[in-house]
Structures are given as structure tokens and as C-alpha cells.
Ligand binder design. Structure first.
Ligand SMILES: [Zn+2]
Ligand SMILES: [Zn+2]
Length: 166
């Protein structure tokens, strides 16, 4: 169970991770420095991948002169990521995380709030999952119940996939 200091969405390289930028922004991850993204675009003979988060919260990869595979397939132009995707890039097998079970600590903003589905009051020590797109909190069990359905939040179209493999 991760603490709130582990960011989502992120690409997990196993040993280190790269967090996605704020909504509406893109950053470049160069193949020869896979530990940190940067704002500057690639040089003419550089390879890597643009890592972006659309305003909607959807995360994408755009390879630049680099072979990337998502769930075994080579994306054409742009790959939209889904929680649990295995991404192969620059010799690394990377896992995409956007759903993160979290234990609420006393300073969490969600403490005192309620699960969107069952309305249980969320207290310190509660395990929750926040919707990656609208950030409303759910109990773990309530989130599991959502698999194959849609987030209860009005206007949010997030449809959770299996939580396994975290
Ligand atoms: Zn609940
Ligand atoms: Zn939502």
C-alpha cells in the first residue's frame, strides 16, 4: 500500500518512476536520460518520448525516433495510456499507473469527506482510491465495484479497469 507521496499518473520503471506533467502539458523524456522529463523539445538526432496529459486528464505517449510498444503493439503517432499498460521503451519494460490505493493520513484533504458511492465518512487510516480524472474518493471495495462501469461523479467518464498488478 503506497503512501500519498507516490504520484499518479506515472510510468514505473521498477526502481524509479517518471511522473506525468500537469494537465494540458507535455514534457520530453530523452532515451539517454530516462529518469527525468524536461520541457525542451528533442534535438535533431535525439530520441525519446513526449509524455503528456490532456486537459481531460488522459495520459498519452508520443514516441520520437524511438521504438515504443504498448501492450505489445507499436503505437502509430500517439498512444493513449490505460492503467496497468505495459510499455516497452528504450530497452525498459515500464508499467503505467494512474490508479493508486492510498492510506489517508491526518493531513489528507479527503479526511472528513465521504466515499462517492457508499457515503461512508473517510477517516485517517482509511484506504481509498481517487478517480484519476475527477479525483473523487472511493473506498477500495466501492472502486472494485465500479470495474466495467463508470465513475459516479457527474460528467466524469472514467471507466476503471482491473486494479490487479499494482
Ligand atoms: Zn464506499
Ligand atoms: Zn471520476
Amino acid at each position: 500500500m503506497a503512501t500519498e507521496s507516490v504520484p499518479v499518473p506515472r510510468l514505473d520503471f521498477g526502481g524509479w518512476y517518471v511522473a506525468f506533467p500537469e494537465r494540458g502539458s507535455y514534457e520530453f523524456l530523452a532515451s539517454d536520460d530516462l529518469r527525468a522529463t524536461r520541457a525542451e523539445p528533442p534535438g535533431e538526432d535525439e530520441s525519446g518520448v513526449w509524455i503528456g496529459r490532456a486537459e481531460s486528464g488522459i495520459c498519452v505517449l508520443m514516441p520520437v525516433r524511438l521504438e515504443v510498444r504498448r501492450s505489445g503493439l507499436r503505437p502509430v503517432g500517439l498512444a493513449v495510456l490505460h492503467h496497468g499498460d505495459e510499455v516497452y521503451l528504450a530497452g525498459h519494460s515500464v508499467k503505467y499507473h494512474e490508479v493508486q490505493p492510498t492510506v489517508l493520513v491526518g493531513t489528507s484533504r479527503q479526511v472528513g469527506g465521504r466515499c462517492v458511492q457508499c457515503r461512508t465518512r473517510l477517516t485517517e487510516g482509511a484506504e481509498i482510491i481517487r478517480c484519476p480524472l475527477c479525483h473523487v474518493p472511493y473506498c477500495i471495495d466501492c472502486w472494485d465495484f465500479l470495474i466495467g462501469r463508470k465513475c459516479y461523479s457527474r460528467g466524469c467518464n472514467y471507466s476503471p479497469c482491473e486494479v490487479g498488478g499494482m
